[in-house]
Design a protein around this ligand. Structure first.
Ligand SMILES: [Zn+2]
Length: 490
């Protein structure tokens, strides 16, 4: 892929700055109020792909799915209410690396690539003198999608077959990280290390020792794998979405138990990675974020996997932060989003986030009320896994459209490309089991305004006279503000 052109970013930022400063400087108190630390911290970001926070014991789940993360949370801050920007890997990671949402970074099912003119976290840090390392087990975080940009050393070749082999021995990232510290690391420079761990991604395979707490015996565990995952999970998806024979409660029980085993596995890999990090980097000067990129459906709304919706089961993420600026044992109840990592890290490194950054510095006081956005482009890639006979039967038609989400502290609205809309009180009904027919006027108006702005910006980007940048496009500036690009509601 084409390497990102640093001069392009310089030009873009220069041309944007006068307008941007006028437009945003006064509106970004939490993004602009931090002094740079005297010593720039190391930064470690560990993404637990497909991990639901409500299934983690570190978040109060009643089974022992994450003993290491329970301890990790005591050393840092646990963000109780955090959301992704979409329901799948590519747009979520692009938001993690850019501090903005899918309608801006354009890493979607249509493009399969992050927009070239959007600066990425590793790139910003590398340009500022950081050593950068990226290890990804997910094909959507790769050279192909452009998300390797800025990583001096990047490995994304961990195929499914390699994952299976890795079950039998130490996870390859542990060895790779140890080797990087011993052979590449220059101690005088700060470093940024990123990891994507896919152990909890379908198919839900773990060691028996990891699955043991969730099954009566080993035979039951093996039978569940044989029944549900004779392949990589495609058969299960085709059955659930493409036929009339959805998984029953017994099968869903086994599916959840297998998933719980994979959470225990990803917890153990995280513990091993952090053991290497803590051997080589001073915890007092190392920012560590452990987060998920999106969740997973385990039968909610009659869905499995994370392909076709923006419900809380896929949008809510785990987010734990440790290191300078984060209190030990703190539970933060205010809303946070995956886009917040970017400005937090840049600020900690003494750098400025670009005006397109929608995130807030998580080390500061978060606002009482934000309206977060989520976006899922028409799921053309997901549709492609189904046989032609299923695609042509029409059973998938109800999923074949774009989805937008506006998420306030209490209420949430989903708006589909076919005009369908759903309202939920996510504060009292986080499982979204009881759609509301109406909301109080004020939150309804706010959610409507944000969703309209999101759709207008998306449509604008497709128009013939699009200027190539939302901040340079006068029609889009207002939309950006309405989208919550100020970070908090006015
Ligand atoms: Zn993912």
């Amino acid at each position: 892929m084409a390497e990102y052109d640093a001069s392009m970013r310089a030009r873009t930022c220069t041309s944007l700055l006068p307008a941007a400063l006028a437009l945003f400087a006064a509106l970004l108190p939490a993004c602009s109020g931090k002094a740079a630390d005297a010593e720039r911290p190391n930064v470690v970001v560990i993404v637990l792909d497909t991990v639901r926070p409500d299934y983690l014991s570190a978040y109060g789940f009643d089974k022992p799915t994450s003993p290491y993360l329970e301890e990790f949370a005591k050393e840092g801050t646990r963000f109780e209410r955090a959301w992704s920007s979409s329901s799948w890997t590519l747009p979520a990671h692009a938001s993690l690396f850019s501090g903005t949402g899918p309608v801006y970074h354009r890493a979607t099912q249509a493009t399969e690539h992050v927009a070239q003119d959007v600066p990425l976290l590793a790139e910003r840090l590398r340009d500022a003198g950081y050593q950068t390392l990226g290890l990804s087990a997910n094909m959507w975080v790769s050279r192909t999608t452009g998300l390797d940009r800025g990583f001096e050393e990047f490995h994304d070749e961990w195929s499914f077959r390699q994952r299976l082999r890795a079950r039998a021995s130490e996870h390859p990232f542990i060895h790779a990280l140890r080797g990087w510290f011993e052979r590449v690391r220059e101690p005088k420079k700060p470093f940024f290390a990123f990891f994507n761990l896919t152990a909890a991604h379908m198919p839900y395979l773990s060691h028996w020792e990891e699955a043991q707490p969730f099954f009566e015996n080993k035979e039951a565990w093996q039978a569940a794998i044989t029944e549900l995952f004779p392949d990589n999970g495609t058969g299960l998806l085709i059955r659930q979405f493409g036929t009339g024979k959805k998984l029953d409660e017994r099968e869903l029980g086994n599916l959840r138990a297998l998933y719980e085993g994979t959470l225990r596995r990803v917890d153990a890999i995280t513990a091993a990675l952090m053991s290497v990090v803590d051997q080589h980097a001073d915890p007092k000067n190392t920012l560590v974020f452990v987060l998920s990129d999106h969740g997973e459906n385990l039968g909610e709304h009659e869905q499995i996997s994370h392909m076709f919706n923006l419900y809380e089961s896929t949008m809510r993420i785990a987010l734990l932060a440790r290191g300078p600026g984060f209190g030990a044992g703190v539970v933060e109840e205010h809303q946070a989003q995956i886009t917040d990592i970017y400005p937090t890290v840049l600020r900690a490194a003494g750098l400025e986030p670009e005006p397109i950054c929608t995130g807030l510095d998580l080390r500061g006081d978060l606002p009482e009320r934000r309206t977060l956005t989520g976006w899922l482009e028409r799921p053309t890639i997901s549709m492609g896994i189904f046989p032609q006979s299923v695609q042509q039967s029409g059973v998938l038609a109800r999923y074949d459209h774009t989805l937008g989400a506006a998420i306030g502290p209490e209420f949430k609205q989903l708006l589909a490309g076919d005009g369908g809309s759903e309202l939920f009180d996510i504060a009292r009904d986080p499982g979204e089991t009881a759609p509301l027919s109406e909301l109080p006027p004020e939150p309804m108006e706010r959610l409507r305004r944000v969703l309209e702005a999101q759709r207008a910006l998306e449509a604008r980007r497709r128009s013939a006279d699009w200027k190539g940048n939302a901040l340079q496009d006068p029609h889009s500036r207002k939309g950006l503000q309405d989208l919550g690009y100020t970070g908090e509601d006015k």
